[in-house]
Write a protein that binds this ligand. Structure first.
Ligand code: PMP
Length: 389
């Protein structure tokens, strides 16, 4: 007797439930913001990547409406067929100007930007050295490329160097790939040291600026700017969906790199171009990032205030080391993380539990926004104090 070939799915779901790893969606019923309506009640939102509060900015909304009126809702094809509009080019120019690179290319998401770029740059005869905590899109891009992948210990330059000494000579090309701000930890990659090693061992460097763009650096260009590495030869990937409040991804770099990706990145060539609305919203967001540095200043002030409040009122809270607006509270188990997430929600705070397999250890992830007010930060710390008691 043959068994039902789909049975295993339900069994897997049972295993996921038993481990407290089951995930489900939570419905937001209002515009993005510091306060949102979550499943019927107003909560203070510490779960959003909308770091600068642009996702509901009237200028982005109006730009999206105007682009939809002019071009319609869908872009109707891939960029190389019927999907390309002048707006895409304007956005790419704006990204290149923000990043101070020769050119840029826009993908339909940050995930697709990483998948397609890594797959285009390296193949079977090549090596990828990857930070062990890299985002899923970097990991899956590495698998898709067919290159040999060697993980180095998180943000550990010594380990990266020893892996290079051991492996580099056996491969044609080598790509070092890393998040710049680690999305589930909030710390930075040691970019200047990585670039030095890349030069010594003749490696390309791909840095994912998803959580840094608009947030770090004097002009909001990201970690590359924060570390003073602007102008160095490297491949900068990022998303339009976090601080830029829209949807889509990009790669910024040299003219040759971008031209090559237009010809070789499968997730750019064979997918429908970004919609007119998303493209126009992202373009409006980049203008705001460049013209309103006070949003970034406010974001960092809020972060400093929250850290001070925690230091005063919750000195024993186990925070993971972070220099970015992502702060994570470490918890002993997935069950504990779920429980604290639910207690926070019951007290009017939205800050999700992040559990394996997304991260190695369970935690509550808090992301600070420029639009949080002092009262929001105080309430978070008061609620955490009550839970700790
Ligand atoms: N890279 C990192 C580090 C991310 O955190 C994310 C989003 N979670 C992505 C890439 C993917 O970006 P997008 O949401 O635009 O697909």
């Amino acid at each position: 007797m043959l068994t039902d070939p789909y049975n295993w799915i339900e069994q897997s779901l049972t295993t996921i439930h038993k481990a407290d790893w089951y995930r489900s969606v939570q419905t937001i019923q209002s515009r993005s913001g510091a306060i949102v309506q979550l499943e019927g009640r107003k909560v203070i939102n510490f779960a959003s990547n909308d770091y600068l509060g642009l996702a509901a900015d009237e200028r982005l909304i109006q730009a999206a409406i105007a682009a939809t009126q002019e071009y319609g809702t869908g872009s109707t094809g891939s960029r190389l067929l019927s999907g390309h509009r002048q707006l895409h080019r304007e956005l790419e120019n704006a990204i290149a100007s923000l990043k101070q690179t020769e050119d840029a290319i826009v993908f339909s998401s940050g995930y697709l930007a990483n998948l397609g770029t890594i797959a285009a740059l390296v193949g079977k005869r090549d090596l990828i050295l990857a930070d062990q905590y890299n985002h899923s899109s970097l990991k899956n891009g590495a698998i898709l490329s067919g290159a040999v992948v060697v993980d180095y210990a998180h943000a550990d330059v010594e380990d990266l160097k020893s892996q290079l000494v051991q492996h580099r000579q056996h491969y044609r090309r080598c790509l070092i790939a890393t998040d710049s701000v680690f999305s589930m930890d909030g710390d930075f990659c040691p970019l200047p040291e990585i670039l030095e090693l890349a030069e010594e061992f003749s490696c390309m460097v791909l840095v994912d600026e998803a959580h840094a763009t608009g947030v770090l650096g004097a002009t909001g260009a990201g970690c590359v700017e924060y570390f003073g590495c602007t102008g160095k030869t490297l491949i900068q990937v990022g998303t339009l969906s976090k601080a830029l409040g829209s949807l889509g991804g990009y790669v910024a770099g040299s003219t040759a790199l971008i031209d090559f990706l237009r010809n070789r990145a499968p997730s750019w060539i064979y997918t429908t171009a970004l919609s007119p609305a998303d493209t126009a919203a992202a373009l409006a967001a980049i203008n705001i990032v460049q013209q309103e540095p006070k949003r970034r200043t406010q974001l960092h002030q809020n972060l400093d205030t929250l850290k001070q409040l925690i230091a005063q009122k919750l000195p024993h809270l186990k925070l993971l080391p972070s220099e970015s607006p992502i702060l994570c509270i470490s918890l002993d188990s997935a069950a504990d993380a779920l429980k604290v997430g639910q207690q926070l929600k019951a007290a009017g705070i939205f800050a999700p539990a992040i559990r394996p397999p997304t991260v190695p250890t369970s935690r509550i992830r808090i992301s600070v926004m420029a639009t949080h007010e002092l009262a929001h930060l105080e309430k978070l710390v008061d609620v955490l104090s009550a839970i700790a008691r």
